[in-house]
Every structure is written in C-alpha cells, then in structure tokens.
Design a protein around this ligand. Structure first.
Ligand code: AMP
Ligand code: ZN
Length: 471
C-alpha cells in the first residue's frame, strides 16, 4: 500500500515516500492557547490525526511535533484583558486543549513544544537570517524579514508578488495577502506587551508568530522534513513566512510535502472566533453530543473539501455509530472467541477498497462507504445465518484494523446493554420465548417478541440463541 497526497507546494497528487526509510517526520501547526479551540480548529487536528494514523497503518514510524503558540498578539491581548501573567492565562486553555484531544480520540504527538520555551532557538534563527542578509532592524528596534531579498517568496502559497509595494512592512502576526510585505521576526517591546519580554541582541522584545514554527519544527525534525500541515488559513502568510525563514536561514528545502485541510463552515461561512459562529467541544458535550459523534462528523468528509457543520450531521453520526456498534456486537456474539479464519469475499473486497481510498489522498468518505458496505453485507449474512464463527472473527479483526485509521470504534462507546444484568421480567419473557421456540410455537414466540418490544427490548434470533438489547 503506497500513500498518495496532494502537495500544496506542487498542486499535484504525489506518491509519498519519507526521506528517511521507514520514518516520517511530521509538523502540525498547533493551537494558539488564548481561548478554547472550536470544532473548526479540531477539523484540522482530526485531519492530522487521520494522516498520522494512516502513516502508522502503512507501517511507518511517525515523529509528530505540534507546537503550542503561547505567546503572540492574541495571547498577550488576552492576558492583558484578564489582568494575569501570560503563563497563567494560557495554562487552562492548554490543559483544555489536551482534554479535548483525548475526547476526540486524537493520538498524542511525540512532542508539544511551547513557544515560550524556545525563544533562544528563535533568536539564533534570526541571527542566521541577519548573517545571510535577509533580516534588518527597523527604527523601533523590531526585526523584519526582507521579502524582496528572498527569491521565490510565497511558497507553498503560490502568491503573486507583482502587487507588492517595496519596503512595506506588516507588524501584526495575521494579515491578508493584499498586505504582503516584510514581516516581523522580532517585535520590540512596547507598553501593550506588559511583562512579556525577552532580552535579545536587538533589545527587549518578543518573537513574531511565524518564527516560532520555523524554530521549533527544525529543532525537533531537522532542517528538511517530510510533512507539514495546517488549516488552509495557515497557508498564507504563516506557511509562506515559515518557508522563507527556514529556507532563508539554511539554504535547504524546508518541507517536502505540504497538506492543508479546508475549512469547517457554518451556514456557508468559515467557523471562526472572529465571526462568533463557533461551537467548542464543551458546548456540544453540554448539549449531550459525545466526542465520538463529533469525531465522526469531522472524519466523514474529504479533508480538501469544505465541510458544513450541522446538528443533522451530528444526529447522522449518532445513527451511523449505532449501526456500527450493533454490527460489531452481533459479530462478536457469533464469533464467541473463535480464531479468525478467511474473510468472505465481499469483506475482503471492502477491506481493499478501504485501503485504496485511504491511499488516495485520504479519501475518508469513500473509505467509510466501503466499510458501511461491509456492514450491510455482514448484517444480511448474519440474518441468514450464513456467517461462520471464524468469518465473524475475521470481520471483527478487519474492522479493528480499519479502525486503526478511523479511531471510531473502541472509545467512548456506551456500555452494551447486554453487559448489564437483565431485569427479571425481561429474563422471564425471554425464557418463555425460548421455550415457545423449542416447541416450534411461532405464534407464541412472536407474541413474546412483541411484549419484549413493548417493554423496550429488541430480540434477535441467532445461531447461538436469542440476543437482546435495549431499543
Ligand atoms: P489557530 O489556533 O487559530 O492558530 O488555529 C489552529 C488550527 O485550526 C490551524 O491549523 C487553523 O488553520 C485551523 N482552523 C481554524 N479555523 C478553522 C476552520 N473553520 N476549519 C478548519 N480548520 C480551521
Ligand atoms: Zn505554525
């Protein structure tokens, strides 16, 4: 199985092979910890989790680094408004972020470096840019990257620089491509920064946002590494500036393959803090939705296509997961601990289609369709008592393998009802029905089934006897 990814840098679907045999180095831009992440942000992190899991599925060792932006314009503004030191302000949001990652079953990265712990590395990188004539100090003591001196500025964003005004500077971390210009590597302290400042060869100040990711990615992954990802809004200026800083300092290619996910939208608009149209994970869990259901919604879209968030989609996720759970329960009761045999042909074809879809630039909708096709076939086979224990065990193992990528099956599941002791009246009805069936009294059997249904229990007849669960 060979993975193929759409590389933003070349705008082509390319076959993926890591620089170092068997080992993939992946950098994923992390959260700015100035408030709770919203599920638009989590679309990006779930997409990166699918990427990471797919790489591991294929057998690669993955070293993933996700930074924590705990100093930038937004965190400083937030700390000022709250009247607390920067670290006290960012800590609860960092903790909440990790809690949300767990709720969404996002695998942990190997490292989560915080920007405030890496200021010396950023200063060293800026010094390298000075040495190469790419940085200059402005009147106020800030340091800027000289975009005009860096050939091909704009990669991987395909930015057309023809409209650029020579010598224009942007001090903010975030800006639109209409304001492209020299960007801040180091920001001289001003009173709005309060206590937040570090000493540097250029005076007291703080790093710009973009230099954080260049310094931390190269520290942990080397000067050239395999994969770098983020939401599409990170592409410009953040990833263009990261590339200019890193390649400007090292003279080497920074990243081989860039992947960007499209936005999560609400009513046709990007979900974002500034538009106020966002849901955090905790908002949704407070409304009774689970992390697992939210994960399903985020997984069930192609990462390069915008995904519209709706509560209907969450309800659909709930139904789809229930269907999956029910199937797994049925399989396990038929398998009853049997050793896995060969897969039925239709299941083998579904497994192959699943892999093909993943390999084809992480086509999750198609991968899920293959899986649900197998669920449909499997249920039909179970209904007809056509599935042997060994086949059921093989199917269970296949689903577990696929779930290595999906991360949907084995977390946050409500305990199956049949794990709990059955109420006595239900037990009695079941016993009576078993006796009726033994006597081939189908009318009585159906009557008892209806009585169980009225009491809220659904019965199925399997080769191993009656299976019951709460409706
Ligand atoms: P931030 O904390 O703003 O730096 O964003 C963290 C990550 O979330 C980045 O990779 C962004 O590109 C991504 N992101 C922000 N909003 C959305 C959205 N509505 N849909 C998908 N990704 C997003
Ligand atoms: Zn970044």
């Amino acid at each position: 199985m060979t993975l193929h990814f759409h590389n933003t840098l070349t705008r082509q679907i390319e076959e993926f092979a890591p620089i170092e045999r068997g080992h993939v180095r992946l950098y994923t831009c992390g959260p700015t910890v100035y408030s709770f992440a919203h599920i638009g942000n989590f679309r990006a992190y779930v997409f990166e989790d699918l990427l990471r899991r797919s790489l591991r599925y294929v057998g690669y060792r993955v070293t993933q680094v996700m930074n924590l932006t705990d100093v930038d314009d937004k965190t400083i503004r937030g700390a000022q408004a709250a009247g607390v030191p920067l670290r006290d302000f960012t800590r609860p949001f960092t903790e909440a972020f990790f809690e949300d990652l767990r709720k969404l079953n996002i695998e942990a990265a190997e490292r989560y470096p915080a920007a405030t712990d890496h200021v010396p590395e950023m200063i060293a990188l800026i010094e390298r840019l000075f040495a190469r004539g790419l940085a200059y100090r402005s009147e106020d003591g800030s340091v800027y990257f000289n975009v005009a001196k860096f050939p091909g500025y704009g990669r991987p964003a395909h930015i057309d620089l023809s409209g650029m005004r020579g010598g224009a500077r942007v001090a903010q971390d975030e800006y639109e491509k209409e304001s492209v210009g020299d960007f801040a590597l180091w920001k001289a302290w001003d009173s709005a920064d309060g206590e937040v400042a570090w000493d540097s060869p250029w005076g007291r100040g703080r790093p710009g946002w973009h230099i954080e990711c260049s310094a931390m990615s190269m520290k942990y992954l080397g000067e050239t590494f395999d994969l770098h990802t983020g939401g599409i809004d990170n592409l410009f200026p953040h990833h263009a500036n990261e590339t200019a800083q890193s390649e400007g300092a090292t003279g080497k290619p920074f990243v081989k393959t860039w992947l960007h996910c499209a936005h999560l939208r609400v009513n046709g608009e990007k979900m974002s803090k500034s538009l106020g149209n966002f849901h955090t994970l905790r908002d949704l869990t407070a409304k009774g939705w689970s992390g697992r259901e939210v994960r399903y919604v985020l997984v069930n879209g192609h990462y390069r296509q915008t995904l519209n968030f709706t509560f209907e989609a969450l309800a659909g996720a709930r139904a789809a997961l229930a269907r999956l759970d029910e199937f797994v329960d049925r399989l396990r009761s038929v398998a009853a601990g049997a050793v896995a045999g060969a897969l039925p042909e239709w299941a083998d074809a579904a497994a192959k289609a699943f892999e093909q879809a993943i390999a084809d630039d992480l086509n999750l909708p198609e991968a899920l369709a293959a899986l649900f096709g197998a669920v449909r076939e499997g249920n039909a086979a179970l209904d007809a008592n056509r599935l042997t224990a060994a086949q059921a065990a093989a199917l269970d193992a296949m689903l577990t393998r696929c779930d290595g990528v999906l991360g949907l099956l084995n977390f946050g599941r409500a305990a199956p009802a049949d794990d709990a002791p059955l109420p006595d009246d239900v037990r009695q009805l079941l016993d009576a029905r078993a006796a009726a069936r033994k006597a081939r009294d189908w009318t009585q059997s159906d009557l008892l089934r209806d009585r169980l249904a009225a009491a809220g229990w659904e019965v199925r007849d399997t080769a191993g006897g009656q299976q019951v669960k709460r409706r």
